[in-house]
Ligand binder design. Structure first.
Ligand code: NAP
Length: 249
């Protein structure tokens, strides 16, 4: 067991995949989890699973690509929860394509959903955290943000941006005992990668670049994220943890 003393966490993209695994892992450790996703149905299902297992959770549908929606949601949440101690910026999308075929809409959608959302949530939820002089922020980056990936100019730019944001905010918040770290997954089996994982030719090609020769599980990412959010990880900040089967060695 990790140590969490009466902590509340907000996890974006908690409706499915990695975010769902993070929300459930934190809840098992006694953390109250605010599960955010785009659709009320998916975050509602995660919150219901947590509550059915004896945990504490609240579901909240927010489009994280909409800064005004984040501002309204944060204002309401901070009335209900005076401090939100843990923020996991996990919501993300891909809109892949080679640069010359990439539309400005696909560029902007990926940047606003994956990167600008972190700016908004951290500004709003991070302020009371710094006042409380305790906090944990974990940003879900990607191996694409470290190594680049042909066909993902928008996504790798967003993820590299999250890494820069992580390192800068780690420095800005360190004096208030708020840590900021990033986790950079490789290929993890979720809805985001089903198309590749279920195609034998494509998956064989991908696995050539993965030293451990298998895809990761959402739990692989949830476990390290929960650790980074715990009391035990209080001396770790500004770091990027690759969980990618050895891709970015
Ligand atoms: P996923 O299975 O596709 O789930 C994405 C989650 O994000 C869903 O709950 C979705 O909400 C939410 N979301 C998407 N757009 C949103 C928006 N505009 N507003 C609010 N919520 C939104 O993705 P995943 O594979 O778990 O990925 C989670 C994170 O890890 C992402 O940041 C991704 O870039 C990163 N990552 C994943 C992999 C991988 O291999 N899977 C690798 C590297 C990095 P709904 O449920 O309502 O649709």
């Amino acid at each position: 067991m990790l140590t969490f003393t009466h902590r509340t966490a907000l996890v974006t993209g908690a409706g499915r995949g990695i975010g769902k695994a993070i929300a459930e892992t934190l809840a098992k450790q006694g953390v109250t989890v605010i599960c955010v996703s785009k659709s009320a149905e998916s975050c509602g299902a995660t919150a219901a699973t947590i509550v059915a297992a004896g945990g504490k959770a609240k579901a909240l549908a927010v489009d994280v690509a909409d800064g005004a929606a984040i501002a309204k949601a944060s204002e309401d949440l901070l009335k209900e929860f005076p401090t939100i101690d843990i923020l996991v910026n996990n919501a993300g999308i891909t809109r892949d394509g080679l640069l010359f075929r990439m539309s400005e809409t696909d560029w902007n959608d990926v940047i606003s959903t994956n990167l600008t959302s972190c700016f908004h949530w951290t500004k709003l939820i991070g302020r009371p955290m710094t006042r409380a002089r305790w906090g944990r922020i974990v940003n879900l980056a990607s191996v694409s943000g470290i190594m680049g990936n042909a066909g993902q100019a928008n996504y790798s730019a967003a993820k590299a941006g999250m890494i820069g944001l992580t390192k800068t905010l780690a420095r800005e918040f360190a004096g208030r005992s708020v840590t900021v770290n990033a986790v950079a997954p490789g290929f993890i089996k979720t809805d985001m990668t089903t198309e590749f994982v279920n195609n034998p030719e494509v998956s064989a090609k991908i696995l050539e670049a993965v030293p451990l020769k298998r895809f990761g599980e959402a739990a692989d990412i949830a476990n390290i994220t929960a650790y980074l959010c715990s009391e035990e990880a209080g001396y770790i900040t500004g770091q990027v943890f690759s969980v990618d089967g050895g891709m970015a060695m």
